[in-house]
Design a protein around this ligand. Structure first.
Ligand SMILES: Cc1cc2nc3c(=O)[nH]c(=O)nc-3n(C[C@H](O)[C@H](O)[C@H](O)COP(=O)(O)O)c2cc1C
Length: 384
């Protein structure tokens, strides 16, 4: 029977699945319900300053991005908690704890590191949280907070150092994907003494234009989340995983147990989820945990550690890959149904239909592999 328990930065979670900081954790009651639904840990909406724009209710801030009819992502202008720091401290954190999940408190890196330290120690003093996540990565704010701190290694270093100096509980820093190289930021955080890293926050984006009215769907730049962002976050995640030794929490594009397994195979100790919970509800939590357990049983993995990071050694540079022997499309004539999709997607002209059969010409094939993935009957393989 699979054992899902993990130790993340010294804290034992009953399983690796974490509710990411977002709408489903906007108050203590929702967090309690999320805990009861089975999450290993829950993260409240980022606690920060109450500004005049951060009030409840707001004026339209979420946009569902569809390809055809299918939602593939979501853009939000949500910003931070609409509850005051005092409300969290007096009531909501205690309520959240009743759900049985660990409380992973998200705090905003404030414009000055001393303010961050003060916020962290106030929240720690409640005795109601188990660890911290420092948000240096919100993609919306104009200039002084969020990704404006997190895109700069020096500012990130100062914020982590200040927060670490003020608290005894473990600290993770949540990084921004809106940088060319996340590794240098992660290394600065490690130098400042961070205990773990969360990768990552949402991608700064623009929702598009309603062509009937000529107006933007959302009149500002928001954070892109959900299934579509997974390849981008996995790039940053795996680059950091290969460069630092601290435990990592993955977040971005999880829609089933499969992505949880993928992130663990890339080195994650815990995996967070937000958009899918907003779309499918808390019933999804147990489905993901059941899928993860069944997968582990099927593969003979007893603990998460048995397969954590196993994919990392296989990641190569394109220069290294170019040294490997070429492989060519080869079509299994028994399986091929002559649907012709492969020749349509082959821009090398390597696949032809002649005399009622489809065949691949090794001399023209570039070995790109696109035909293999489009073939509806699994009839094509790349072979040396
Ligand atoms: C509506 C919404 C609000 C969010 N609010 C916060 C927040 O307050 N603090 C934070 O660190 N991340 C916030 N996030 C980012 C999520 O924690 C997460 O990093 C992101 O959604 C990617 O994960 P997903 O693809 O599973 O949604 C928010 C995301 C969404 C969708």
């Amino acid at each position: 029977m699979a054992e899902l328990q993990v130790n993340f930065a010294g804290v034992n979670f009953r399983n690796p699945l974490v509710l990411a900081s977002a709408t489903p954790g906007w108050d203590g009651l929702r967090l309690k319900k999320a805990g009861e639904a089975g999450f290993g840990a829950v993260i409240p909406k980022t606690i920060g300053p109450i500004q005049d724009w951060a009030v409840h209710p707001r004026n339209g801030r979420l946009f569902l991005y569809r390809v055809g009819n299918r939602p593939v992502g979501m853009i939000n202008l949500e910003l931070f908690t609409t509850k005051t720091r005092e409300e969290w401290i007096a009531r909501d954190l205690a309520l959240a704890r009743e759900g049985g999940a660990k409380i992973f408190a998200s705090i905003l890196a404030m414009p000055e590191p001393e303010q961050t330290a003060e916020l962290a120690s106030q929240v720690e003093a409640t005795g109601l949280v188990d660890l911290f996540e420092l948000n240096v990565s919100c993609p919306m704010p104009a200039s002084t907070v969020g990704m404006h701190i997190g895109k700069n290694p020096e500012l990130t270093y100062r914020q982590v150092k200040a927060a670490k100096g003020a608290i005894k509980l473990p600290l993770s820093v949540k990084l921004t994907p809106n940088v060319a190289d996340m590794v240098e930021i992660a290394q600065a955080a490690v130098e400042a003494g961070v205990d773990a890293i969360t990768i990552s926050n949402s991608i700064r984006s623009f929702a598009g234009v309603d062509i009937e009215t000529g107006r933007p769907y959302l009149r500002g730049y928001g954070g892109y989340t959900g299934p579509a962002i997974k390849p981008i976050i996995m790039r940053h995640f795996s680059e950091v995983a290969r460069a630092v030794k601290v435990p990592l929490s993955a977040v971005g594009g999880v829609s089933s147990w499969r992505e949880v397994v993928e992130y663990i195979m890339l080195g994650a100790t815990t995996v967070q989820i937000a958009t899918t919970i907003m779309w499918e509800g808390l019933g999804k939590v147990q489905k993901i945990l059941d899928g993860l357990s069944e997968f582990m049983d099927r593969k003979g993995y007893r603990t998460i550690e048995d397969f954590r990071g196993i994919a990392l050694p296989y990641i190569k540079t394109v220069e290294e890959l170019a040294q490997e022997p070429p492989r060519f499309a080869t079509i299994d004539q028994e399986r091929c149904n002559n649907c012709d999709i492969c020749s349509r997607v082959c821009f090398y002209g390597a696949i032809r239909q002649e005399e009622g059969r489809t065949w691949a010409d090794k001399a023209s094939c570039d070995g790109c592999g696109l035909c293999v993935q489009w073939c509806p009957v699994g009839a094509i393989e790349l072979k040396e």
